[in-house]
Design a protein around this ligand. Structure first.
Ligand code: GRF
Length: 220
């Protein structure tokens, strides 16, 4: 848990693509909706839109290109080096499309968050919108969770639940889920910076109370 501090929380965000979640969090910080600053945005892919968007907000950016390293371990060591230059209180995965080593996850344990476009524990992994449609689910959504060594398996913090409409396809569903992503990620980050969230022995706590398996749910 982050203790109450005089200084704004320092956030480093890792991206691989368009960076719309990064933008939602960075704008929330700029509007002073939370006492935090995005001190760096790091991408594992050069030339992605998220890097341009961060630069437009005058946020420091860096690329640690995974193709330049021969092993996952070597990439992660270099990624850790880049992150730690910014002394972050919180590290945020926002569309970061790399599997991280256990050493990486352990280093930032309890201060590493991810967003996943499904109602975890349902649909870990890829193609979540397609899978929800194929299963004829009535509801779908998105989850912010602490990261553990188990892929998409760390304890849930908050979920947004939306109905699946009769005429939904993968792209319409994805667009509506993304709108929710940009609402719940800044909320979770704000809670963390306020010291309201913690992870203990693999469980998530909010105001010192254990969270249910799904996390807190926002339903629309
Ligand atoms: C989001 O849909 C998120 O749920 C998933 O990757 C996507 C990233 O989008 N993990 P963006 O780069 O934040 O626009």
């Amino acid at each position: 848990m982050r203790e109450e501090q005089a200084e704004p929380a320092r956030i480093v965000i890792l991206i691989s693509g368009s960076g719309s979640n990064m933008l939602a969090i960075a704008e929330s910080c700029k509007k002073q909706e939370m006492d935090a600053n995005v001190v760096a945005v790091i991408s594992n892919r050069p030339g992605v839109a998220g890097i341009d968007r961060a630069e437009q907000l005058n946020i420091e950016t860096q690329v640690v290109d995974h193709t330049q390293f021969s092993t996952r371990e070597e990439f992660d060591v270099n990624l850790i080096r880049a992150i730690d230059e910014h002394s972050p209180d919180l590290v945020i995965l926002a569309g970061f499309m790399r599997i991280l080593t256990a050493d990486f996850v352990r280093r930032y344990k309890g201060r590493l968050l991810n967003i996943h476009p499904s109602l975890l524990p349902k649909y870990k992994g890829l193609h979540t919108h397609k899978r929800a449609l194929e299963a004829d689910d009535k509801e779908h959504g998105v989850t912010v969770h602490f990261v553990s060594e188990d892929l998409d398996g760390g304890p849930n913090i908050i979920q947004a639940v939306i109905p699946i409409l009769d005429d939904d396809n993968e792209s319409s569903l994805q667009s509506r889920v993304q709108l929710q992503e940009h609402i719940i990620y800044p909320i979770a980050v704000k809670w963390f910076t306020q010291g309201r969230l913690s992870m203990l022995k693999g469980d998530a706590y909010f105001d010192n109370e254990p969270l249910p398996e799904n996390g807190l749910q926002l339903t629309s």
